[in-house]
Design a protein around this ligand. Structure first.
Ligand code: FAS
Ligand code: PHB
Length: 391
């Protein structure tokens, strides 16, 4: 089997890259370890920056997003019985964010790729990556129990944090930076109308809680739990009781409903540098992970792919490797800004079980400052909608 660009992974990054390159007449093969149903049902992110909406529109994959996406103009910070709404448009020159589930993005991109006859192979795990330091790289994968080889010119490692592509970068070249946070998120989907207009980020002495949503009928909520928490210890009643306590505000009630999906996600900050080596280019979670508090994970993946799509297009269309050579540095400046913002939001809002009284009082003082200072709220807003560099 042969193609121009081998794409490992059919998550948002791999699927969007396949679409962007197809639209430039560049041939790709996408190899995905899991089945289509698993990829489409895997509950993850839900908050899109405008740049992510724009690139999905450019890819011709945003018709349903434009119909069903919920535009949001701010968030609520809730703590110590108070609630501060932080408006985005007035603080960012008119910018907002959109709520639309990652599952829906994946469904929309798969449907479009399949309709266009893409070589998109599910249940086809990649087992090894070879020749990335030469001009004839290849990928070995298994399909229907048979090992196959895909010869190509470039490889895009879009296989997430647990994929194989990052390890193909030589150990003496790869540098990794990591912080594992002392808590996790228990996330639920509930068949109940959201009890809020905009998202509520709540700090409480019992831990963090987030009220998000997926539609006017479906709520998405999260609870900070211990890093080794077990779903078996969290029956519906306990989940709702904790959410009620942590989101409490005088005069406000949390409407409950049947829980249709639940999962526990560990919280880590991680960056691998460089994001490329020879003919291999990492994009999305294969290269970096952020705690979801800043709603950046999916948006970083889409931003990497926007840069990589242009760089690959430039290479094929003009024979220029400039974009490919600059890819890693171009992405890492944005990645590290999002890493810091996600880390800042996470440490601002979560109760660190190991923190001393002094740190906890400083945390409350910082929350009070952010909720009172126009400058602090401007800074939060410009990072939440997606920081854009001056140059
Ligand atoms: P993905 O992990 O989505 O996709 C990688 C794909 O590669 C997967 O389909 C995998 O099966 C496949 N793969 C792996 N190894 C392979 C191999 N050897 N061969 C072939 N295929 C292989 N972000 C937010 O902004 N907000 C959130 O609330 C949020 N919640 C999350 C919850 C969880 C449990 C996780 C894991 C992540 C969450 N994220 C969240 C981040 C998430 O949205 C990611 O940023 C996003 O999925 C990144 O997309 P990809 O880079 O495409 O990686
Ligand atoms: C979500 O809706 O899944 C979501 C929104 C904002 C976050 C994290 C998750 O910060």
């Amino acid at each position: 089997m042969r193609t121009q660009v081998a794409i490992i992974g059919a998550g948002p990054a791999g699927l969007l890259l396949s679409q962007l390159l197809h639209d430039r007449g560049i041939d790709t093969v996408v190899l995905e370890a899991r089945g289509r149903d698993y990829c489409e049902r895997r509950q993850r992110a839900g908050m899109l920056e405008q740049a992510t909406v724009d690139v999905l529109r450019a890819a011709g994959a945003a018709d349903r997003l434009d119909r069903e996406g919920l535009v949001h103009h701010g968030i609520h910070l809730r703590f110590a019985g108070t609630d501060r709404h932080i408006d985005f448009p007035s603080r960012t020159g008119g910018r907002s964010v959109t709520v639309y589930g990652q599952t829906e993005i994946v469904k929309d991109l798969i449907a479009k790729r399949v309709a266009e006859g893409a070589r998109l192979y599910f249940d086809a795990p990649v087992t090894s990556i070879e020749g990335i330091d030469g001009d004839a790289p290849r990928v070995r994968f298994v399909r229907d129990g048979v090992e196959e080889v895909l010869d190509c010119e470039l490889i895009a490692g879009c296989d997430g944090f647990h994929g194989v592509s990052r390890a193909a970068i030589p150990a003496d070249v790869l540098r990794t930076y990591e912080r594992v946070h002392p808590f996790a998120w228990l996330g639920i989907l509930a068949e109940v109308a959201p009890s809020t207009d905009d998202l509520i980020y709540a700090y409480s002495e019992r831990g963090f809680a987030l009220h998000s949503m997926r539609s006017s009928e479906v709520s998405r909520l999260y609870l900070q739990v211990a890093p080794d928490a077990d779903l078996a210890d969290w029956p519906d009643e306990r989940i709702w009781a904790e959410l009620r306590e942590r989101l409490a505000l005088p005069g406000w009630t949390l409407d409950e409903g049947p829980i249709s999906e639940r999962s526990i996600t560990p919280m880590r900050s991680f960056v691998a540098e460089p994001m490329s080596f020879g003919r291999l280019f990492l994009a999305g979670d294969a290269a970096h992970i952020v705690p979801p508090t800043g709603a950046k994970g999916l948006n970083l993946a889409m931003a990497d792919v926007r840069v990589l799509g242009d760089a690959v297009g430039e290479w094929y269309e003009r024979g220029s490797r400039g974009g490919l050579d600059a890819y890693s540095d171009t992405c890492l400046r944005r990645v590290w800004r999002a890493e810091h913002f996600s880390y800042w939001m996470t440490t601002l809002l979560h109760l660190d079980p190991g923190a001393a009284e002094f740190e906890q009082r400083c945390q409350l003082a910082q929350l009070a400052y952010v909720a009172d200072s126009e400058a602090a709220m401007d800074s939060l807003a410009e990072n939440y909608v997606g920081y854009t560099w001056a140059d």
